[in-house]
Design a protein around this ligand. Structure first.
Ligand code: ADP
Length: 449
């Protein structure tokens, strides 16, 4: 069965998507169902920055706690048990992940249906290390130790429909598993190249970083060291072509050193890969120095070399939705079209923004705490109205839905900026009620469009 990862919103985009050849991936390897029909649910445990506890000890304690408590499982935080001094001292938060696709109509998974997989991690607070390119201005790459504090919460903040994130995570996890188990690539072929393509501002770069962070957490017992190297393709192919060859060599030498460590997992993120094709085409047509073609070729050769390393995942993004003529991109196994947010995604993005403004008390309401229903919940409530329903949040949710309809055409990036622009447009920004704010948001969105 051929599967394409996509988040297509209309026929035109579907057509565009077809122009990139897709590689077949078998779905059967990806279902996290266990032999006894239990569902594998991830439980992520973030340690305090100051904790020096052994990961194994925390993991055992958490597993014991989960066994004892007969929890029900739904995505979200689980309180750290206050009667467990060891956990209280060492654990910052416990979150349940990935139950979404298993539960419909807001049901919850019960403990006996679930096999929890506990992942304990500590966030790196080191920040990015960067390397400057030849002119001393643009940095040619940034590197982070994963999981990094900067990317904490990024995965959850990205909202797509149709399980795009989950499928990406599973495909990448399968690729790592095949490698780790030593599957013969001549018999079963796969690679570890991910390509996300689609219009600008749809969260592709963020999704790559968030995916790397998630995989770093999920594979931490196999790969205790994880790094992300973000290559700035623009800076590599800027005016300093004669320098670029050296930069590419230096960059890949560094990556190669990281990769040689068997227990480290390396993610290489190349943003806007189309700039490679552009540089090569320009060189071929004679409008760029022929140096540039050497740089592109050097980069492709290095990428090919890297591909044979089992502990590297190459993440690429492109703003071009039509065919991209780059050799390694054609070979990407995991290709996903990341489209503009659909109505439901727009609602959820705006809902998270409004909820954040309520949390920070920029928006105030008599009703505390004000919790807006999710899109699915709103639909249900509108279909089957209850007389006992509190009208406040429901009315607000309807207004939010109207705003989400009006915002059709705005990218995820534009949507996340909209509440800020709205606030700046308020005549009386102090003491602003959510409903008045949403009214202004609708006006601001219409102006933006
Ligand atoms: P791209 O690489 O596609 O141009 P970015 O990753 O730079 O997009 O996205 C910029 C920001 O826009 C993200 O950090 C995020 O805040 C927001 N964003 C974009 N798409 C979404 C989405 N689907 N859900 C939530 N936020 C989004």
């Amino acid at each position: 069965m051929e599967i394409t990862l996509s988040n297509v919103t209309n026929e035109e985009e579907a057509e565009e998507e077809k122009s990139i050849p897709e590689v077949a991936v078998s779905q059967s390897v990806n279902l996290p169902l266990l032999a006894e029909d239990k569902i594998l649910v991830s439980v992520e445990v973030c340690l305090n920055p100051s904790s020096t506890a052994r990961i194994e000890d925390v993991q055992t304690s958490i597993e014991r706690m989960l066994e004892k408590r007969s929890l029900s499982y739904a995505d979200g935080p689980v309180p750290v048990p206050i009667d467990d001094q060891f956990l209280v001292e060492n654990v910052q938060r416990i979150s349940i992940c990935d139950t979404d696709e298993w539960v419909e109509n807001h049901e919850i998974l019960l403990f006996w249906q679930v096999k929890p997989a506990v992942h304990v991690f500590q966030l790196s607070e080191e920040g990015p290390g960067e390397e400057l390119s030849g002119d001393g201005q643009l940095s040619s790459f940034n590197e982070w130790i994963l999981p990094a504090k900067e990317f904490d919460g990024m995965w959850e903040s990205l909202i797509y429909e149709s399980g795009l994130k989950q499928r990406l995570l599973r495909y990448a996890a399968s690729a790592l598993l095949f490698t780790d188990k030593g599957v013969d690539p001549f018999l079963v072929s796969w690679n570890r190249i991910v390509l996300l393509h689609g219009p600008p501002g749809t969260g592709k770069t963020s999704l790559c970083k968030a995916l790397a962070q998630k995989l770093a957490i999920r594979f931490s017992s196999r790969y205790p060291q994880c790094q992300l190297v973000e290559v700035n393709a623009h800076s590599l192919f800027s005016k300093w072509f004669s320098e670029s060859g050296k930069l590419v060599a230096k960059l890949f030498q560094k990556i190669q050193e990281m990769v040689e460590e068997d227990n480290s997992l390396v993610f290489v993120l190349i943003d806007e890969v189309e700039s490679l094709a552009a540089a090569r085409n320009a060189a071929l047509s004679g409008s760029e120095p022929s140096d540039s073609i050497r740089v592109v070729n050097a980069l492709l050769t290095q990428m090919d070399k890297l591909k044979s390393s089992p502990n590297v995942i190459i993440l690429t993004t492109s703003n071009i939705t039509a065919a991209i003529d780059i050799a390694f991109v054609d070979r990407a196994d995991i290709k996903a079209y990341v489209g503009p947010p659909t109505l439901q995604a727009r609602y959820e993005i705006l809902r998270s923004c409004i909820q954040e403004l309520i949390r920070t008390k920029i928006l105030t309401d008599q009703q505390e705490p004000l919790i807006l229903p999710s899109y699915a919940c709103l639909k249900e409530k509108l279909n089957a109205p209850s007389v006992h329903e509190d009208r406040g949040p429901l009315e607000l949710a309807k207004q939010l839905q109207e705003a989400s309809e009006i915002c059709e055409g705005l990218s995820g990036r534009a949507l996340r900026k909209l509440p800020f622009l709205t606030h700046a447009a308020l005549t009386n920004p102090n003491n602003c009620e959510p409903s008045k704010f949403l009214q202004t948001l609708i006006e601001t969105a219409s102006r933006e469009l």
